[in-house]
Ligand binder design. Structure first.
Ligand code: SF4
Length: 346
């Protein structure tokens, strides 16, 4: 089986922190507290050796999804299967093994590295946590792979002595030192100077190829994901609205939200042109979730009651070719179980 991670109906809800007065009033009144539905029923597979892009605007749930994948927090509901085995049922030893194989690279290399730890200790720390031998040789090899050369020269340096690009390379070395199976890279270059981005991106590409890693890239930048990823999943308000092979989604986006995101990316040859679909309005409320389709208040293709009342399921459609799934009532249900059928026929 080539599926490394299977994510099944993942939910992550955060209680809204409204302060102690609101908490007391809530407990007196018996009202349920409010929750932010950061991730609200997300399912996808990550295959061995593939690069998957999670795309969407800020606040769509992509970072929360990424943090759930490496178990930096526990999901509210749903499960993740690693090599076919449920992490929800895993023993402590199995979870420790999983944590060794699942690493994350964060957006901000100025915040993600401990300012009081040298480069050597930063990269060696995961080896110590997991009791892995050959520390010095492994740290050296990881720094060399990250093109921090000569590696020994960086051993005693502190993060404040390094540039943003060098810090992100240290973070990559730290992620690689345990020989993981997969890495979640959350906006790995967005905080870097533009002149440093290409170097770090080509390092990430080399990392994927040479280590045979599976990688989840999280980004709002579709032109970056287009370059880096085999497949894409587009998120909106905590849900995936479209997923499939990158070239199919970029060349022929089907969900109105994906279409508007792609239209926001500058076209290299404007003469080729694209019909512009302007995105109107604000992202909806992630506390008081609207009924039906969450994109309805901004959707240029809105088709009435069915969009208002029926949540569009993410599924393959009979009128869309390729290995793609789309959550939109504009397209025909493949299996004849379309919950929107009553609205359409009526
Ligand atoms: Fe637009 Fe309706 Fe499709 Fe939602 S289901 S994206 S509102 S057409």
């Amino acid at each position: 089986d080539d599926v490394l991670l299977h994510v099944e109906n993942l939910h992550k809800h955060f209680k809204v922190d409204e302060g102690w007065i609101a908490s007391i009033l809530q407990s007196v009144s018996g009202d349920d507290p409010d929750y932010v539905h950061a991730v609200d029923g997300v399912s996808f597979d990550l295959r061995r050796g593939e690069t998957l892009g999670l795309a969407g605007e800020s606040g769509c749930g992509k970072t929360t999804t990424g943090m759930s994948l490496v178990k930096l927090h526990d999901a509210t509901d749903g499960d993740i299967y690693y090599n076919g085995k449920s992490l929800g049922d895993a023993t402590d030893a199995e979870l420790k093994q999983f944590r060794q194989n699942a690493q994350m690279i964060f957006q901000d290399p100025f915040e993600s590295l401990n300012p009081r730890m040298t480069v050597y200790d930063t990269v060696a720390e995961p080896l110590r946590i997991h009791n892995i031998a050959n520390e010095t040789a492994r740290v050296q090899r990881a720094l060399e792979f990250a093109e921090l050369l000569p590696a020994e020269q960086y051993f005693d340096q502190y993060p404040h002595e390094l540039s943003g690009g060098q810090r992100q390379r240290v973070a990559i070395a730290r992620a690689l030192v345990l020989d993981p199976d997969f890495i979640v890279a959350d906006e790995p270059v967005s905080m870097l100077d533009v002149s440093l981005r290409a170097g770090v991106l080509s390092l990430l590409e080399r990392m994927t190829e040479e280590f045979g890693l599976s990688v989840v890239y999280i980004s709002h930048d579709l032109s970056l994901l287009r370059h880096m990823c085999d497949r894409l999943a587009i998120m909106y308000m905590g849900k995936i609205v479209e997923k499939g092979p990158t070239d199919q989604i970029i060349e022929n986006p089907k969900h109105p939200y994906t279409q508007s995101l792609i239209n926001a990316v500058p076209v290299p040859e404007p003469s080729v042109g694209r019909e512009r679909v302007e995105l109107q309005g604000e992202v909806g409320d992630v506390i008081d979730i609207p009924s039906g389709c969450r994109f309805k208040s901004r959707c240029p293709e809105y088709i009435g009651d069915v969009c208002d009342e029926v949540v569009p399921p993410l599924e393959e459609k009979s009128d869309i070719e390729g290995e793609r799934a789309v959550a939109c009532h504009l397209y025909e249900d493949l299996h004849g179980t379309d919950p929107a059928a009553a609205f359409k026929s009526g």
